[in-house]
Design a protein around this ligand. Structure first.
Ligand SMILES: Nc1nc2c(ncn2[C@@H]2O[C@H](COP(=O)(O)OP(=O)(O)OP(=O)(O)O)[C@@H](O)[C@H]2O)c(=O)[nH]1
Ligand SMILES: [Mg+2]
Length: 301
């Protein structure tokens, strides 16, 4: 058997575990994760190189019915990622059940005609095997192009090795598309913005997580061996600014400390992180703001 290589795109509604799964498959944290819907805003490539093959996994935003212009971009990016994939990896969420957004996912997946595997995720939350089998039947009924289905827990790791083995088997023969030590196609600058946003998602609630963007002004290696990063956290309304700053600056300090810790680990360097909060009214409705504050330029090229 020859060497395998190909593109596998994750697809599913928000919060099903796409980013958690890509991190587990690649074995490194390349995509941010949160318990809020619409965490992922970009197509993020995660590259796994093994002795048998190289898989380019694409993480994508969750497909949903958009409520504003940013949402329209997210769905466009997710649907756009399907084209050119060798295989789709559809995720459904046992805990959340089958919802209208799963039907929306099915419309796009079915229209694509691309071969697909279905992963029933969050099985650690299922009370019994019977319930899972019953759920899988309902999920399978939505999709026309599913060749195999799997029961997995991306959080605990159950079923993931078997899924990966089957994915590699299903890919076409081909040579590596990326050098073997590369794990993502996104820039360090992008990763820095995402890490900051992840901490905002972790520490804030209600509308704040969804109305936050991050803009990286400076990203430079200084002569003293320190990576200097200056970034703006963008919110939509004046009233959201004090929430991000917190009492006596406690919140922004916490965001900064947690983000810097992750950055130092990922970039393997000392990091000096300077954060500011800016208000850009209704930025999620404005094309140029959306591009800048969600780093969309690479996605829409
Ligand atoms: N119990 C359990 N929780 C999980 C599992 N997989 C993911 N989660 C949780 O589900 C939530 C959403 O995970 P993400 O990976 O961010 O989901 P996503 O599909 O990328 O979401 P969007 O980017 O918003 O589309 C997080 O709180 C995860 O910890 C699982 O197998 N079991
Ligand atoms: Mg995600």
């Amino acid at each position: 058997m020859g060497y395998k290589s190909g593109i596998v795109s994750m697809v599913g509604k928000p919060n099903v575990g796409k980013s958690t799964l890509i991190n587990r498959l690649v074995g490194e944290k390349i995509a941010i994760v949160s318990d809020k819907v619409q965490t992922t805003r970009n197509r993020i490539g995660g590259i796994l190189t093994t002795e048998k093959g190289q898989v380019i996994f694409y993480d994508t935003p969750g497909i949903h019915k958009p409520l504003h212009k940013l949402g329209q971009y997210l769905v466009k990016i997710a649907v756009g990622a399907l084209n050119g994939s060798d295989l789709l990896l559809i995720l459904v969420d046992y805990e959340d059940g089958i919802k209208a957004s799963d039907h929306l996912v099915a419309q796009h997946v079915n229209a694509s005609k691309i071969p697909a595997f279905l992963a029933i995720n969050k099985i650690d939350l299922a009370p019994s095997k019977d319930r899972l089998v019953e759920f899988s039947k309902r999920a399978l009924a939505l999709f026309e192009n599913v060749e195999k289905h799997f029961f997995i827990s991306t959080e605990k790791g159950d079923g993931v090795d078997e899924l990966l083995e089957e994915i590699i088997k299903r890919l076409p023969e081909g040579s590596m598309l990326y050098p073997e030590d590369i794990v993502t196609d996104r820039s360090s600058r992008f990763m820095a913005a995402e890490i900051i946003r992840e901490k905002v998602l972790l520490l804030t609630k209600e509308e704040i997580p969804h109305s936050t963007g991050v803009y990286i002004h400076d990203f430079q290696d200084r002569e003293n061996g320190v990576l200097f990063i200056r970034a703006d956290i963008i919110v939509e309304r004046q009233s959201q600014k004090p929430i991000i700053i917190g009492k006596n600056g406690a919140m922004i300090k916490k965001i900064g400390v947690l983000a810097r810790q992750d950055m130092e680990y990922i970039f393997d360097s000392r990091v000096f992180l300077e954060l500011f909060v800016k208000v850009r009214k209704k930025w999620r409705e404005k094309d140029n703001f959306i591009r800048d504050f969600t780093n969309l330029n690479e996605d829409l090229e």
